[in-house]
Ligand binder design. Structure first.
Ligand SMILES: Nc1nc2c(c(=O)[nH]1)N[C@H]1C(S)=C(S)[C@@H](COP(=O)(O)O)O[C@H]1N2
Ligand SMILES: [Mo]
Length: 501
C-alpha cells in the first residue's frame, strides 16, 4: 500500500499548483456569488415557476399583482463577498468567472497530468478496499474529538485520502460539467447534454451545492492543517518538501496568502473603477474562448407542448414611448417594421405582410443571463426569409435590431434616453431557429413579451433577443451603433456580446 518513496510525496510543482488552485477557486466563488445575486433563487425545475424555488437568497416573494421583471429581482451583494460586489454587476462578475474558470481548468489539467506521469496518483486513488474500514476508524477518531496518530499520515490519512480523491475526481469534474450544462449554446445544440443532470436548473443547483461542499472542505482542511502541526505542514505545503526550514515555510505561506488577498482587493477595485477596461481585457479573453468553442452551434431544440412553462419570467419594462403606446392601443394594426441599411430592398412591413410570409414555430428553452429559464412556443417568420426579401449588399455583415424601448441612463449628472438594441452576425441571422416572433404559445405576442415583434435566437442568452422591435438595419460594423459594444446591455452593463454561455 505504501505508494512511493516518501521523498516523492511533496514537491515544488505541487506547491505552486496548490497556490494557484487556491487563488482561482477563491475568485470563482466570489464571482459566482455575484452571478447568483442577480437571480437569487435556485430551482429543481426549468420553468422557474414563481414560488417553486427550493432556496432563495432574498426576502422578496415574487409579486403577482404588478409588472415585475427579473431585473427588479436582483439583490445587492457586498464587495467583501461578491466580485465586484454591488447590484446587477453580473456582466463583470461573469467576465471574472469565465476568465478564472479557464485558468483553473488549465491548472487542474496540469495537476492531473503530473499526478499520473509522476506516479503520485497513488497518494489519492485508493488501490485497496481496506481503505474504507480504515477511513471509518479515522472518522470515529475525529468524531470523538481526537486526532489519528501521526504515523497514519503517510502521506495522507485514509479518510483524508478519500476526501481528496472525492474533491479532485468527483467534485471538480462535476463542477465543470454542470457549468457547461448552463450554456444556452450547448443545451440548444445538444439538449441531451442538459438532461444528464435533469435540466439546466438542476445543473445550476448542483453547481451551487458543490460550492457549499468545497467551502466545507476548505474549512475542515485549513482547521486540520493548523491542528496537526502548522509549521511542519507548511514545510510540506508551501516548500513542497518532506523536511525543511520551518521559518522559511511559514513565511512563504504568509506571503502566499497575502498575495491572494492583495489580488482580490486589486481586481475588485479595478472592476469597480474601470469596468470598461475589464470588459475589454478579461471579458475579451472569455469571449474569444466562447467564440472558439460555441459560436458555430445551431439550435436543435424540439420540446413538446406539454413542456411549455406555466409562467415565463419577463425582463425589460414596457416601452414608455407614445409611438409604441399608440400602436398598442390599436392592436398594432398600424405597425410597420422598417427594414433598412445596406440592402437592395428597403421596405416597411405590416404585421399582416409578415404573416403572409412562411410561418415557423419552435418550442424552445429560454435562458436568461441572470440564471432563470422557461420553455415556450414561439411562432413567426424566420429571419432568413426577411433577409432573402431585403437582399443585403456584400458589405452587410451584421443585423441590428432597434426597439421602441428607451431607457433612462445616467450620463454624468444628467439623464439620457438610450435605446435598447442588439445585433447578430449575418451568419447567425441565417441559422434555422433564428426567428422574428409575433406569437407566443399560439396567441398574439403579449406586450410583456415584446409585442408586436421580438427576436428569438436559441443558442444565446435572452438579452440578445430584442423585444418590441421597431426596425432592422443591415450594417458593415456594429461598432458605429450606440456605444459600439454591440448592444444595449453590452454598452450599459458590460455584458459579453457573444452570449453563448
Ligand atoms: N427591448 C428589450 N428587449 C429585451 C430586453 C429588454 O430589456 N428590452 N431584455 C432582454 C432579456 S435580458 C431577456 S432575458 C429577454 C426576456 O424575454 P421575456 O420577457 O419574453 O421572457 O428579453 C430580452 N429582450
Ligand atoms: Mo435576461
Amino acid at each position: 500500500m505504501d505508494p512511493e518513496p516518501t521523498s516523492l510525496w511533496f514537491t515544488h510543482w505541487l506547491s505552486i499548483n496548490h497556490f494557484f488552485n487556491f487563488l482561482f477557486i477563491s475568485l470563482l466563488v466570489r464571482s459566482g456569488l455575484q452571478i447568483l445575486s442577480d437571480h437569487p433563487r435556485l430551482y429543481w425545475n426549468d420553468h422557474c415557476t414563481r414560488g417553486s424555488e427550493w432556496i432563495r437568497f432574498t426576502k422578496v416573494k415574487v409579486p403577482t399583482d404588478r409588472y415585475y421583471t427579473s431585473l427588479d429581482d436582483a439583490v445587492s451583494i457586498s464587495p467583501w463577498v461578491g466580485l465586484p460586489g454591488g447590484r446587477h454587476n453580473l456582466g463583470l462578475g461573469r467576465h471574472w468567472h469565465f476568465f478564472t474558470a479557464s485558468l483553473w481548468m488549465l491548472n487542474g489539467f496540469i495537476y492531473v497530468i503530473l499526478l499520473f506521469t509522476t506516479g503520485r496518483w497513488r497518494c489519492l486513488i485508493p488501490t485497496s478496499w481496506d481503505i474504507f474500514p480504515r477511513a471509518w476508524e479515522s472518522f470515529i477518531t475525529y468524531a470523538t474529538f481526537h486526532l489519528p496518530p501521526a504515523a497514519n499520515f503517510t502521506p495522507y490519512d485514509p479518510l483524508q485520502q478519500l476526501t481528496y480523491a472525492f474533491i479532485v475526481f468527483v467534485c471538480a469534474p462535476l463542477t465543470i460539467m454542470t457549468g457547461i450544462a448552463m450554456s444556452p449554446a450547448m443545451i440548444g445544440r445538444f439538449p441531451w447534454y442538459g438532461k444528464i443532470f435533469g435540466g439546466k436548473q438542476k445543473a445550476r443547483s448542483i453547481h451551487f451545492i458543490l460550492v457549499v461542499i468545497y467551502s466545507g472542505f476548505f474549512l475542515i482542511h485549513v482547521t486540520l492543517v493548523f491542528l496537526t502541526g502548522f509549521p511542519k505542514n507548511m514545510v510540506h505545503i508551501a516548500l513542497g518538501e518532506l523536511t525543511g526550514n520551518k521559518t522559511l515555510a511559514v513565511s512563504l505561506a504568509v506571503i502566499g496568502i497575502s498575495t491572494v488577498l492583495a489580488i482580490h482587493v486589486a481586481v475588485t477595485l479595478w472592476s469597480r473603477k474601470r469596468p470598461r477596461q475589464v470588459q475589454s481585457s478579461i471579458g475579451a479573453w472569455a469571449q474569444m474562448l466562447m467564440r472558439f468553442f460555441f459560436s458555430r452551434l445551431k439550435s436543435h431544440q424540439h420540446y413538446t407542448k406539454k413542456d411549455i412553462s406555466p409562467y415565463h419570467w419577463v425582463n425589460g419594462h414596457l416601452p414608455k414611448t407614445e409611438e409604441w403606446q399608440t400602436l398598442a392601443q390599436n392592436d398594432f394594426a398600424d405597425y410597420r417594421l422598417e427594414i433598412k441599411g445596406l440592402i437592395k430592398n428597403p421596405c416597411f412591413l405590416s404585421l399582416s405582410d409578415l404573416k403572409k410570409l412562411p410561418k415557423s414555430s419552435q418550442i424552445v428553452k429560454h435562458n436568461c443571463i441572470q440564471g432563470w429559464s422557461g420553455i415556450a412556443e414561439w411562432s413567426g417568420v424566420l429571419l432568413s426569409e426577411v433577409i432573402r426579401l431585403s437582399m443585403p449588399h456584400a458589405e452587410a455583415r451584421f443585423v441590428i435590431f432597434h426597439s421602441y424601448q428607451m431607457n433612462d441612463q445616467e450620463v454624468g449628472d444628467s439623464k439620457e434616453e438610450v435605446e435598447y438594441y442588439g445585433h447578430l452576425t449575418l451568419e447567425e441571422a441565417l441559422y434555422p431557429q433564428t426567428l422574428l416572433a409575433y406569437e407566443m404559445n399560439g396567441q398574439p405576442l403579449p406586450t410583456a413579451h415584446g409585442a408586436p415583434l421580438r427576436l428569438r435566437i436559441e443558442t444565446k442568452l435572452g438579452f440578445k433577443m430584442v423585444k418590441w422591435i421597431r426596425s432592422i438595419e443591415f450594417v458593415d460594423d456594429y461598432r458605429k451603433i450606440g456605444l459600439g459594444r454591440g448592444g444595449y446591455r453590452e454598452d450599459q452593463e458590460y455584458y459579453n456580446t457573444g452570449a453563448q454561455i
